[in-house]
Design a protein. Structure first.
Length: 318
């Protein structure tokens, strides 16, 4: 497809011809059966890569639907299908933006309240921070034997580059209406007062994370017990099971069977929703193609928020 487009552009530009190119347009998601049989359906929703609503390019011309919009569309479609009896969330993510993580978790809870079907989370390679935040909205959490999960907490990225700028002769000439207007600016050191302000925001977002986990893991531990392990550290599946952060260790097939059992059905087709031209033929076929780790050397803060400044993240930095 890309080769053909390049060829057409070449002919148009260098040969002076008039070439009409039909660009791909966005299409509604369509159902794809990837396993099982029967009238009942178990919907498999993929949540992988960095959790962010930043639009992603798909080739030269088209842009992929952002994560929140895509998951909302899948949940809406499932809500209207009486044959969808359960949902499995396949989570492979180190987390991401605070608000995006919270919105997705909220949409899942809203779907559960409306549809009244079980939602099972299957944690894959990594399901940390925002990935675990979303998993906590499910009815049952199953982790792959080699999953790394946890990292309950908040982080805000901020860099002070004033020393480097001074060495190369660049001076900060920011004009502002108040002394806190450029809080977190990389052009100057952060004051103690500013650090306290940002820490108060971090603390508030952290408390919300604890609220979400306590609500999703009712009866598993007290808030004080949760705080002792919610210091940002990650856990193996076995450690997470011992700490009651998950319910079971198993594979994706086990999560699908658990979904069927909780829904009270013996047979069910496993389905996903995807673009018409996408190819998927089994439960491990992925929708998202974002990396599940971040290299600090190559990090682009704008990829999270699309703007300069401090970014508040439910994210495990690998």
């Amino acid at each position: 497809m890309k080769t053909a487009l390049r060829l057409l552009l070449f002919l148009s530009i260098f040969l002076g011809g008039c070439v009409v190119i039909a660009l791909p347009t966005a299409e509604p998601l369509s159902e794809k059966v990837i396993g099982g049989e029967g009238d009942a359906k178990v919907l498999l929703i993929d949540i992988s890569g960095i959790i962010t609503d930043t639009d992603r390019k798909d080739g030269l011309f088209s842009t992929k639907q952002n994560m929140t919009a895509r998951i909302r569309e899948e949940l809406d479609k499932a809500s209207e299908d009486e044959d969808v009896k359960a949902v499995v969330l396949r989570i492979d993510s180190p987390g991401g933006a605070v608000t995006t993580s919270d919105i997705i978790a909220h949409e899942i809870k809203k779907f559960k309240d409306k549809k009244k079907v079980p939602v099972i989370a299957e944690l894959m390679d990594v399901a940390a921070s925002g990935g675990y935040y979303i998993a906590a909205s499910s009815d049952r959490i199953i982790a792959h034997p080699t999953t790394v999960t946890g990292s309950i907490g908040v982080v805000a990225f901020s860099v002070n580059a004033s020393g480097l700028l001074e060495k190369v002769g660049i001076a900060n000439q920011t004009i502002k209406s108040g002394d806190k207007k450029d809080i977190g600016s990389p052009l100057r050191p952060m004051t103690a007062d500013e650090r306290m302000i940002l820490q108060s925001i971090i603390d508030d977002l952290y408390d919300r994370f604890l609220d979400i986990v306590m609500d999703g893991r009712k009866g598993s531990f007290t808030r004080d017990e949760l705080k002792t392990i919610a210091d940002g550290r990650v856990f193996t599946a076995r450690q997470a099971l011992d700490l009651k952060l998950i319910d079971e260790i198993g594979y994706l097939d086990d999560a699908i069977e658990a979904a069927k059992s909780k829904a009270g059905v013996k047979e069910a087709r496993v389905v996903t929703y995807a673009q018409a031209r996408s190819y998927r033929n089994n439960i491990y076929s992925h929708l998202e193609d974002l990396p599940v780790s971040i290299n600090l050397i190559n990090i682009d803060a704008g990829s999270f928020t699309g703007r300069l400044g401090v970014s508040f993240m439910y994210l495990w930095m690998q």
